[in-house]
Design a protein around this ligand. Structure first.
Ligand SMILES: NC(=O)C1=CN([C@@H]2O[C@H](COP(=O)(O)OP(=O)(O)OC[C@H]3O[C@@H](n4cnc5c(N)ncnc54)[C@H](O)[C@@H]3O)[C@@H](O)[C@H]2O)C=CC1
Ligand SMILES: CC/C=C\CC(=O)/C=C/C=C\C=C\C=C\[C@@H](O)[C@@H](O)C/C=C\CCC(=O)O
Length: 262
């Protein structure tokens, strides 16, 4: 299988989109390290996956992406156990406009922290073997969701970080591709909890639900298939893949030509 011998790390792996990412990576032959702050859910998933794929194909580590210490230890354990990291699914995230500073800390700062610490092991200039980092952004990383402006900001940040890192990696010779996954509404616990997590914008919950009804909700499996596309297609670097119930689209961004003023 395409990912035989590859070592993947998934953050937010215990539930939702991260769980589906873990499963499709295992189905395609990868060994997967599951990182999540929800220890009960993570251990439960590991137990189920052991029965299906064998104990040696996965490792669950309790890891909070807000903690540099946790992430460093998780990556160290990964490299000690499996010899390296080839694929990072930088997926952990929350939606809660009431605790917006924490949401920035997890969705944006956490994603950047995880990517930077993974670079220390993946970067060819640092003895790594290169690979691919897929950051889970959102359709809200491409356009505004009025009911969650800070969530929108975090996801716009993830898209921008991804595209800039892709250019930096190419220019520097890191040997790592960076891509952003931008799903629309996906049926997960995060999605189900939206009405109670909009804070100042709770009065816009109905409008958001109407938007979701109009756009439709995606399954986690479909999102995971798009992840696999970004992992396997070595021509993809610096891409933002929009995933909707009407199909998928690689986003074209405006290009600003550098020219002197008049
Ligand atoms: N559900 C949706 O409609 C969409 C979700 N997304 C993004 O997809 C990603 C996954 O979201 P879902 O699967 O929907 O959510 P979920 O709530 O179902 O799963 C998120 C997982 O991340 C873990 N997590 C949360 N904070 C963490 C932290 N500090 N450290 C480590 N793990 C942590 C949770 O324990 C959970 O297992 C998020 O980044 C989210 O913003 C993007 C577009 C749409
Ligand atoms: C309330 C958030 C619920 C779950 C988490 C999540 O990330 C869901 C996002 C789902 C949809 C976001 C839609 C945003 C739509 C608007 O911003 C429009 O401006 C469309 C944005 C981009 C279109 C890109 C394109 O078609 O070229």
């Amino acid at each position: 299988m395409a990912l035989n011998g590859k070592i993947a790390v998934v953050t937010g792996a215990a539930l939702g989109i991260g769980k589906a990412m873990t499963e499709i990576l295992l189905q395609n032959g990868a060994t997967v390290v599951l990182l999540d702050v929800n220890e009960a859910a993570g251990k439960s998933l590991k137990e189920a996956l052991d029965k299906q794929y064998g104990r040696e194909k996965t490792l669950f580590l309790n890891c909070d992406v807000e903690s540099e210490e946790h992430i460093k230890a998780a990556f160290q354990k990964t490299v000690e156990t499996f010899g390296g990291i080839d694929i990072l699914c930088n997926n952990a995230g929350i939606l809660n406009e009431r605790t917006w500073e924490k949401m920035i800390s997890i969705n944006l700062v956490g994603a950047i922290r995880v990517a930077y610490l993974a670079l220390q092991h993946m970067n060819k200039l640092a003895g790594g073997r290169g690979g691919v980092i897929v950051n889970t952004a959102s359709m809200a990383g491409l356009g505004p969701l009025m009911s969650c402006p800070v969530y929108t900001a975090t996801k716009h940040g993830v898209v921008g970080f991804t595209r800039a890192m892709a250019a930096a990696s190419t220019a520097s010779g890191y040997g790592i591709r960076f891509n952003a996954l931008c799903p629309g509404f996906v049926q997960t616990d995060l999605f189900s909890a939206i009405p109670s997590n909009l804070g100042h914008y709770s009065h816009l919950a109905d409008a958001t639900q109407q938007m979701a009804d109009m756009m439709g909700t995606l399954t986690v499996s479909l999102v995971a298939e798009c992840l696999l596309e970004l992992v396997n297609d070595e021509t993809k670097n610096g891409e933002a893949l929009l995933v909707t119930t009407n199909g998928n689209k690689y986003i074209t961004f405006p290009v600003f030509t550098l020219s002197r003023g008049p």
